[in-house]
Design a protein around this ligand. Structure first.
Ligand code: AMP
Ligand code: ZN
Length: 461
């Protein structure tokens, strides 16, 4: 089994550090708002990793934190704590805000068949561990006190920047000056903040009343639940340059050696080619997709169809196409049920396994399940093979669709014939012919959508 390790920028053979149990830490959500579909894509990736490890016979000890304190509005040390800000705006307590959005998040991931990690610790329940961690860093000379908090002294950690391969000098030049004069280096970050009176969440500490920095919670909870060294740390790519760099500095500073062996990062989801942002109104939630008639597993299918290290550009066309493909795949799989003919599926199985074990190549694995489902003769053996693969895909491949859904997904044989001709034309490098077919269909209001597992279409209404 090979995984891409951001730390070494290469695919490396994976085996657990100890015995048969894989220990994983995944950076969890900050529960001050609904998770958007970009966040959820990162957790689908986390789930693929779990399922592939389980497929390979490992057991898991997986931690995903819930950030319910300390994540400031900016990733630097400016701005308000996100929980505090929402609580103030909604006139609720931060605890109420956290409880509400945590429940919604967990319900969302359940709907997406993202298995809940074995351990889901809340930051606010681990303040003592964080204080101990910070005390350790102060004692070892990695941290210093200013009038507003305790800061990590990155110049003391020689390897700072090794994950993102940034150079400190560049950071120094690029950093805004005058933000915090007491910091020794602009990239020094807060481990603990001293709380002004009006700050709602605050705890006693050796440095007076305050609250933890965001990065320290992951180092402290990782250490508590997974020990000094563990196998894999996951998150989204946005975490590489600051959050994970800081986690590494904290853990290695205290422990004197690396904690996570593999660092794995999910690429971003874009919307219509651009960033998701509140002001553009494109931070869709899972419930908004449901209101528009999409099943959570349509979204899951769309995510599996793009490798986790590739950007996924979300559009409703692509989601439509995923929805249709999923219905068609289920129908194709179901045709094999109860058919007596014997088929040897070992080659499909070997290819499926090779794909998932090659850095979670789920698009390829999905393609192999498609190939099996389309293969003839019809056979219960193929049905069983697809069900087996569904332990990794988790797309409910045996689900019986309601009749209307069947019809909706029903494909026009003439269009399918044109698509097949276009595939042939492309294979023969006859692009003029391929384009002619595409344009002819477009003129009839039929839009072709090329995906890694084949071409589907959509009728413009
Ligand atoms: P947050 O709750 O902001 O800490 O984010 C939760 C997770 O979502 C983190 O692992 C982020 O890296 C990830 N994330 C944030 N935005 C996106 C995006 N547009 N696409 C994919 N993942 C994202
Ligand atoms: Zn984290």
């Amino acid at each position: 089994m090979k995984f891409y390790n951001t730390l070494t920028r290469s695919k490396e053979e994976f085996t657990p550090l100890e015995g048969n149990t894989v220990r994983i830490y995944s950076c969890g959500p900050t529960v001050y708002n609904y998770a958007h579909i970009g966040n959820l894509r990162t957790y689908v990736f986390m789930d693929e990793l779990r399922r592939v490890l389980l497929w390979n016979g490992y057991s898991l000890r997986h931690v995903m934190n819930i950030t319910d304190v300390g994540h400031l509005v900016s990733d630097g040390d400016e701005g308000e704590d996100k929980m505090n800000k929402t609580a103030r705006e909604q006139k609720k307590s931060p605890w109420e805000i956290a409880a509400y959005y945590t429940d919604v998040f967990l319900a969302d991931i359940d709907k997406l068949h993202i298995t809940r990690p074995e351990i889901i610790p809340r930051a606010t329940e681990h303040i003592a561990e964080m204080i101990d961690f910070v005390k350790g860093l102060v004692e070892k000379g990695y941290a210093y006190e200013t009038s507003d908090g305790i800061y990590y002294d990155i110049s003391k950690f020689r390897d700072y920047g090794k994950l993102s391969r940034i150079r400190l000098e560049d950071q120094q030049a690029g950093a805004r000056v005058g933000v915090n004069d007491e910091k020794r280096h602009p990239a020094d970050f807060a481990l603990w903040k001293k709380a002004p009176k009006e700050h709602i969440m605050q705890w006693e500490s050796p440095w007076g009343m305050g609250y933890p920095g965001w990065h320290i919670e992951c180092s402290a909870m990782g250490l508590k639940y997974l020990g000094e060294e563990f196998d894999i740390h996951t998150g989204g790519v946005d975490h590489i340059p600051i959050h994970h760099e800081n986690e590494i500095a904290q853990s290695e500073g205290l422990l004197g050696h690396p904690s996570a062996r593999f660092w794995m990062h999910g690429e971003f989801m874009l919307v219509n080619g651009g960033k998701m942002s509140k002001s553009l109104g494109n931070c869709y939630t899972l419930s908004q997709l449901a209101e528009k008639g999409y099943d959570p597993l349509d979204f899951r299918y769309m995510c599996l169809n793009v490798h986790y290290r590739q950007k996924l550009n979300f559009t409703f066309d692509i989601l439509d196409s995923a929805k249709k493909s999923l219905l068609n795949l289920r129908a194709a799989v179901r045709k094999h049920r109860g058919e007596a003919e014997k088929v040897d599926t070992s080659s499909f199985l070997a290819q499926f396994e090779e794909a998932i074990n090659d850095d979670l190549n789920l698009p390829k694995a999905l393609g192999i399940v498609w190939e099996a489902a389309r293969s003839r003769p019809l056979s219960q053996d193929i049905f069983d093979f697809c069900q087996k693969c569904d332990a990794v895909l988790s797309l409910d491949l045996d689900r019986e669709e309601k009749k209307e859904e069947h019809e909706e997904a029903g494909e026009d044989p003439e269009i399918l014939r044109q698509i097949a001709l276009r595939v042939e034309a492309k294979k023969a490098k006859n692009y003029a012919e391929a384009d002619r077919i595409r344009n002819e269909l477009a003129a009839k209001g039929i839009l072709l959508i090329d995906t890694p597992t084949g071409t589907t279409y959509k009728k413009n209404s």
